[in-house]
Design a protein around this ligand. Sequence first.
Ligand code: ZN
Length: 436
Amino acid sequence: MTTYWCEHALLPDGPADAVALRIDDDRITGVTPGQPRQGTVLTGLVTPGFANAHSHAFHRALRGRTHSGGGTFFTWRERMYAVAQRLDPVSYYRLARLVYTEMVLAGFTSVGEFHYLHHGPGGVSYSDPNALSHALVAAAGDAGIRLTLLDTCYLASGVDGTAPEGVQQRYSDGDADAWAERLAEFRSGSPLVRVGAAIHSVRAVPAGQLPVPVEWARAHGVPLHAHVSEQTGENDECLAVHGRTPTGLLADAGAVTQDFVGVHVTHPSETDIGLLGTAGAGVCLCPTTERDLGDGIGPGRRLADAGVSLSVGTDSHAVVDPFEEMRGVEMHERLAARARGLFSPAELLAAGTRHAHLGWSDVGAIAPGAQADLVRIATDTPRTAGSEPLGVPLSAFASDVRDVMVAGRWLVRDGRHKHAANPATELAAEIKELLR
Ligand SMILES: [Zn+2]
């Protein structure tokens, strides 16, 4: 049992001062505000660990390298595919370990890896058909972050079911039954790893095969994620081929339940918003990626008002910073709505700590019985100085994170990751080698 004393802490009912925390093994067992200093002192603001509900680890290699020449989501995708073509289990492990380390340093204590690069060049399976999944598990283990491996079904290159082309062959298991068979063989062997299912998008899984991942997720009681309506073109193609929106098509296949998380949902119809809200489904917004790719501004407020729970993700890792994502949810809609305060700070914090979208229902609160995932934010930096405690998540940046605990174990102390002495140097070297 360890006792900590927090100068300020964000508790479920709001900010509190002089909070004594008791932690037994990996769980919080006592939370008492207004206590005299005792145990290990944590100055600044202590918050729950943040949840990164949508990640493609290898996209990190493109940061700061795609801003010349303009283009669209699809021209960016060509660059991304070129990176995917080069990865193997060893290089993917080395890159992902550093990407996950960056996430932990930023205050993320869980990540949902939307994993679709399954096979070797030409779509040939490795001797271990889950070799790339195991590379991600090893990377997360070394970085110390909770991993929900969202094993992604990807079978086609268009809404009409056209066969995968080029590097997309590495994503495909051939058909949905083969996807489920490969996934059935996967074992992580770690209490900090869970499995979820994902449908890449209605572009990548033919309508007739959607029920397989839907049923797999239901049978195993795990979350089901899918990219939904990130581009208006996806809506147009889906309507032309199926006479349904992507959300409508997924709902017809039984996907849209309270265990469903739509990723982006930037361009839903009013009917789509109603379907998602009535089901109590989730939506993961990725504001820094959506702005980087020029996707548009999603209707986060209308989704939340309809009954959708929101989370955030760093997706392409153009930015890895939970505060930027939480702020982005509010600030982007301010620009569209020309009004302030669409989301309360408490709502933004709830979105930033929604580990339940990744199957971790007991993570994300400083409360007795919760898993001990904590982040200490310095409140004496040029960025955070003078902010009230509830405003700190709206003024802080990842560089203001000083300490990070996952499952009762400190991984970051005073801004340094315990298992990575020079992550920036190593990351630069890995990206240089990968793109060589
Ligand atoms: Zn994505």
